[in-house]
Design a protein around this ligand. Structure first.
Ligand code: TRP
Length: 455
């Protein structure tokens, strides 16, 4: 077991904030949020989302960072320390979630590299209609060699960065990649908004329509907020465990959450105006990014350049999230089992690559292999983690802090500033009562109701 004092720390507060925001800003922000907003009342959904952040996202974010910094340990070690006994299972659940998410997230990460390469090679020129774009995408994900190769490349890059450690690896790269992500996003927004006919997309995306908001949309927004902030598996516990004692948790959390929300809202501003300007209609999920956007780019001047930029954006979003997912596993192995970082990253990076292969092949060789309730390996991993493991993990994180460990102790870990007393009380109330209730609602809705009655 490694000595607690020999653990690394972030070089600066901004380094921590950017790394945590890098974890949060991921594929979820760029393809899921804009679509959800567009379909669920536009501006009304955005308002709803902001409320979710205040009542669920921010409190759980603060809770995870408090647990991390207070214990200075990986999720398993942290729950051993603050909960003891069976509570350490919450840590194991988190580490397992990180590992499982990686086995499909890295496949999509590989696709983004593939599309950067293809866009740079000028394939956008022949994507003039949706059929051509769909065929190209299907042919790509059905190619076992190409997808496994890009999966390997994506994992190799992730491993390379995580191996260098906290300050010289994760922090350094996030400090470079995250500003780049925002610059690309802004360039794309300017291009998108200056296209003729862009305003129709803006109206679709942001025109508030409160009639579309009901209980389901509220839970949908809650779920998206939770996933988007990388909560429920100890990613923020792990990053928080490298935080210096002087850094303020409340203000850091607020900044991380703000960056994540900005990235989500801005992605929609880049996507929808361009989409409507060329007369396309929105579609959800991978379809939007990989099938529709290539057609949009084919209709713009310098479309290939913007396509390359867009897929680099998607790649950065996936990479900085993957880095944090792998770091959760690595922190556990180095802290609890005493392995060197190098060995842990190499062994578990390779394992993720190997278990990622069936995900990559879920669209080709293993297309007809059903794992569970008719889902492919890729879909199974996705649903298992996002619908069950993360919300359940989040529920137990809140319960452990709120009921077992006690909030008096936790509050000490927040700012000493007494002017914030009321805020801290509100946080404590949310962690004890509100967050657990919302998480139970999320689990029942997505995990039970929607599984039994899919629509
Ligand atoms: N937040 C990421 C996204 O928006 C996905 C994600 C969920 C994640 N849980 C995580 C990333 C934990 C890192 C760690 O795409």
């Amino acid at each position: 077991m490694s000595d607690k004092n020999s653990r690394e720390h972030w070089g600066s507060k901004i380094g921590f904030i950017l790394a945590a925001a890098g974890s949060a800003i991921g594929l979820g922000n760029i393809w899921k949020f804009p679509y959800l907003a567009g379909e669920n009342g536009g501006g009304a959904f955005v308002v709803l989302y902001l409320i979710c952040i205040v009542v669920l996202g921010l409190p759980v974010m603060i809770a995870e960072i408090v647990i991390g910094r207070h214990t200075g340990r990986d999720p398993v070690g942290a729950f051993k320390q603050i909960g003891g006994g069976r509570w350490k299972l919450v840590g194991y659940l988190g580490v397992a979630s990180g590992f499982f998410i990686m086995t499909y997230y890295s496949v999509v990460g590989g696709w983004t590299i593939g599309y950067i390469v293809k866009s740079a090679g000028g394939f956008i020129g022949s994507m003039t209609d949706i059929r051509a774009a769909e065929e190209t995408f299907t042919r790509f994900i059905q190619n076992p060699f190409e997808t496994v190769f890009y999966l390997f490349l994506f994992m190799a890059i992730t491993v390379f960065i995580v191996m260098r450690g906290i300050k010289d690896g994760i922090e350094k790269w996030n400090k470079f990649l995250l500003p780049l992500l925002f610059i690309i996003l802004i360039v794309l927004i300017i291009r998108s908004l200056t296209l003729e006919g862009a305003s129709a997309g803006l109206a679709f995306y942001l025109k508030p329509d409160f009639s579309k908001v009901d209980v389901k949309t509220v839970i949908e927004a809650m779920g998206q907020c939770f996933f988007s902030l990388s909560l429920g598996m100890g990613a923020m516990i792990t990053y928080g465990s490298y935080l210096n004692k002087e850094d303020k948790i409340l203000s850091s959390s607020l900044q991380i959450v703000t960056l994540d929300t900005f990235a989500a809202i801005l992605s929609g501003l880049a996507i929808f105006p361009a989409l409507f300007a060329v007369g396309m209609t929105p579609d959800k999920g991978p379809g939007l990014t990989f099938n529709i956007l290539p057609v949009v780019f084919s209709k713009m001047s310098y479309g290939s350049v913007f396509a390359v930029l867009f897929f680099i954006l998607l790649f950065i979003a996936a990479l900085t999230s993957s880095i944090s997912l792998v770091e959760v596993v690595v922190a556990f192995i180095t802290d609890e089992k005493g392995w060197s970082r190098r060995k842990a990253v190499l062994v578990f990076g390779s394992l993720i690559f190997l278990l990622g292969i069936p995900s990559a092949l879920s669209f080709s060789t293993l297309k007809d292999v059903r794992i569970f309730f008719g889902t492919t390996y890729f879909d199974f991993m996705d649903r298992l983690t996002t619908i069950y493991m993360l919300p359940i993990g989040g529920l137990f994180i809140a319960l452990c802090l709120g009921w077992k460990y006690g909030l008096k102790n936790a509050i000490h870990e927040l700012d000493a500033d007494t002017r914030l007393a009321a805020l801290k009380k509100m946080w404590a109330f949310s962690i004890r009562y509100i967050s657990p209730l919302i998480l139970v609602a999320i689990i029942l809705y997505f995990g039970v109701y929607r599984m039994l009655f899919p629509h």
